[in-house]
Design a protein around this ligand. Sequence first.
Ligand SMILES: Cc1ncc(COP(=O)(O)O)c(C=O)c1O
Length: 389
Amino acid sequence: MAVSVDALAEQVRPRFPIFERLTYVNSCSQGALSDDVRDAYARYLSDWDEHGAPWEYWVAQLDAARVTVADLLNADNDEIAITTSVSAGVDALASAFSFDGDRDKIVVSDFEFPTIGQIAHAQERRGARVEHVPAEPDGTIPLERFEAAIDERTALVAVTHVCFRNGAKLDIEPIAALAHERGALLLLDAYQSVGSLPVDVRALDCDFLAAGALKYLLGSAGLGFLYCRRDLVERLSPTATGWFADQDIFEMDIHDYSPASTARRFEAGTPPVPAIYAAIAGIGLMREIGIEETQKHVRGLTELLIEGLDELDGQVVTPRAWQERGALTCVASTDAEALVATLTERGIVSSSRDGNLRISPHCYNAREDIEAVLEALREHRALLRTGKG
Ligand SMILES: Cc1ncc(COP(=O)(O)O)c(C=O)c1O
């Protein structure tokens, strides 16, 4: 154990200067800045300076980002839209459904990020009905809950891979099988998993997947992506659209709507060019570091964290079984904001949601980071909820 939890961090840490100053355990919010991503931003500026108006080059970068994301997800290039956020991709997707026929229902798990629930409810104005799938008190959502909600009127099932609030991971394949058996399509929000564990759209059998580059993919803010299964692309015509979704971007025709025959039809306006440079660099670095190695490494760190929290009698709200959790561990707090502020004073960068402290180690974290967190929690134990209840 001692070797495996430290080896990867030792190797990659020099690429992330923040560790010279701070203990960074907040990759569920955003990844730490690497030298590669910093250089990518510098390259964006120098290319702009050098070429003046490098539109063709920028469009080539957009396509390079598409290839990078497709390769990451085991998708084809024409199944990927590069967007400015998860919200933008899911908005375009939702706009392509008409909820006026036999299938007017959207099933939404209670693990969803607000944007997914809000977009689903926005579709009520277009005739959709939304049903929520509740979580159990132990922070999991059993398959039976989905069985009860997905029916022959369901158009779309929205699930999240790893929940941003409690770190629980859903087993996607059985939910996808259930949705498909009942004629519904499955949208997976993989923002809290992609980069921290292998995500393969074919293996998961999801119809759509939305995520972004900011967190465990080490990119920056401003870049999202949407996967749409090949055979569904041309059945869906988004009404939330723009010129970069057109079949011929530079035709400049204002007289019709001819969406691209590929998933590019879910794009909209000027691409997020700086974030594209950063995402290509971040995803490239993450793949060089190794996503599977990172998953194993983080599992070791999480075990140390949970052991330490148990010693403090803290309430870990994330499920214990590794199959049921991702890289994020959540701990119940009596005052989560005060706890985050206290950790900040000690140079530890964390975050909170829903009354829980969130600790989300990644490839660059080492045993000493977990020890620093536990030490701080030991000193401020009054800010932890303790015991079982
Ligand atoms: C699971 C999940 N989905 C979606 C989002 C938001 O994505 P965006 O701001 O790109 O729309 C987040 C952001 O934290 C998230 O954690």
